[in-house]
Design a protein around this ligand. Structure first.
Ligand code: SF4
Length: 476
């Protein structure tokens, strides 16, 4: 069966896709906050992390109500639906799915009920031993209702020899390997945990006396919450009537935060490790300019992902910045089939070069990354058809040559244009007059996130955990 693609507001199809965003709120008894509305707003701010399903589970004195749907947050929840979601705690999730798994059964939060009590889970990331653990659990009688590796965690909790549900969750997290930024809700506690490598972001905020957990700080801004700090790799935080407690549940490993969060995924207004994402992207652009020796008349971004680095590039190089490509803001979710002609049309629906700006000019065109090269080729062709004299391409990441196993949907290795092709060959393929990627060293030097180290496996093939394609087939 052909895979269906959605043309989303911010993403072209030739991009890596984030797979999840998570949000949680614990209201103290003195705070009369509407946890469902806060979660709705938080998920709205995290919509860029997943657009295929959205869900909110509330906990009213131990009674769980879970509502999920296959759509954008604003379409899954209306006023009436939110009014029915009352309680003192909530956990929410937005998800982007990979092939064949766009099903309601895979939408989160995932709610299970075992002898240890009810548990709602919202997870961002992928487990690298998820498939192996699932087989093991199935051999011992566990029945799965989804293809989520989040469900592996739920079964491990149910089977744990620890009676207390939070101890059972902690024990289960010690068994799984991979990327997880997780929010769990038990009958009396909100729990947040980050894997020992810290692949995906997760932060704590406060709104009056209530605690908020979110994938990104932009979700705090929308509800007026204050960002307290990031949750550390290998840390588990438990919030309940007794207050907030934190501990490290496993070995401390070097930070391997996904550098692509800074390049493309995270929202520009988010702060990670004390570093604002927009400013980091502008600095990446400045560094790209230092590494480039091309004469051009104009710096033009591929909207909108290339804008921050193009601004930095123009500032450093002194070449004027112009918005030479118009992005149609009103494309929305155009449902289309992935034939090649339609892919080409999709780029045209979305982007249009402004002839009067680019005609006769030598353009330095900037984008954040090249995955398959299909979009870059289309854009460069459109620029040349519109009269650009030369189109030189600058990329704010090193070549993406290896797939991601930690929660992002990259193409398979054979679909990544940089897997088998040199920079010169890619340049020829996309029809550019030159092609410059930022170096990995230059990229890392541009990001000043306090204490953070970075995963760069999709550039280097140097995977912090797990190896070999095929072992990792479960999803967040
Ligand atoms: S492999 Fe690439 S996309 Fe995946 S976590 Fe590492 S840096 Fe991020």
């Amino acid at each position: 069966m052909a895979r269906n693609y959605f043309c989303q507001d911010e993403n072209l199809i030739d991009k890596m896709e984030e797979e999840c965003g998570v949000f949680g709120v614990y209201a103290t008894s003195d705070d009369k906050v509407d946890v469902a509305n806060l979660t709705y707003l938080g998920l709205h701010a995290l919509q860029h992390r997943g657009q295929e399903s959205a869900g909110i589970c509330v906990n009213d004195k131990g009674e769980f109500t879970n509502r999920r749907g296959m759509d954008l947050v604003t379409n899954v929840f209306d006023e009436e639906a939110l009014e029915e979601l009352t309680g003192q705690m909530a956990v929410g999730h937005v998800r982007y799915s990979t092939t064949g798994s766009s099903l309601l059964s895979n939408a989160q939060p995932l709610v299970t009920n075992s002898i240890k009590g009810e548990l709602a889970l919202a997870h961002n990331g992928n487990l690298v031993n998820g498939l192996e653990m699932r087989k093991n659990l199935e051999q011992r009688g566990s029945i799965f209702h989804s293809t989520l590796d989040t469900e592996v965690i739920a079964h491990l909790v149910a089977r744990s020899f620890k009676d207390d549900i939070i101890e059972a969750l902690t024990h289960s997290l010690q068994k799984v390997k991979g990327a997880f930024s997780l929010i769990a809700m038990t009958e009396d506690s909100l729990v947040a945990a980050r894997d020992p490598h810290g692949f995906r972001p997760l932060a704590i905020g406060k709104l009056e006396d209530s605690y908020i957990i979110a994938s990104e700080t932009c979700a705090f801004d929308i509800i007026g919450a204050e960002h307290i700090r990031d949750i550390e790799p290998g840390e588990i935080v438990v919030i309940n009537e007794e207050g907030i407690k934190s501990k490290y549940y496993g070995e401390r490993t070097p930070y391997n935060f996904c550098v692509f969060e800074f390049i493309y995924f995270a929202r520009p207004d988010s702060v990670i490790g004390g570093q604002n994402v927009q400013l980091a992207r502008e600095e990446i652009g400045r560094q790209l300019a230092r590494e480039t020796d091309i004469e051009a008349d104009l710096v033009v971004p591929v909207p909108s992902s290339g804008i921050p680095s193009a601004l930095g590039f123009a500032e450093e190089s002194g070449v004027p910045y112009k918005k030479g490509i118009l992005r149609n803001r009103y494309v929305g979710r155009t449902f289309i089939q992935p034939t090649q002609e339609i892919r080409n049309l999709k780029v045209k629906i979305k982007l249009n070069p402004i002839k009067d700006i680019i005609e006769g000019k030598r353009i330095f065109l900037i984008d954040d990354s090249i995955v398959r090269g299909t979009t870059s080729k289309q854009i460069i062709r459109m620029m040349k058809e519109a009269g650009a004299k030369e189109v030189h391409m600058g990329i704010a990441s090193p070549p993406v040559a290896y797939p991601c196993y930690y929660g992002l949907d990259t193409s398979r290795r054979q679909e990544l244009i940089a897997a088998e092709n040199s920079v010169e060959e890619i340049c020829d393929h996309i029809g550019a007059d030159s092609l410059t990627y930022i170096s990995q060293e230059g990229l890392l030097a541009s990001i000043e996130a306090n204490g953070y180290g970075f995963c760069t496996a999709c550039f280097s093939g140097d995977y912090p955990i797990g190896e070999g394609e095929g072992k990792f087939s479960l999803e967040c």
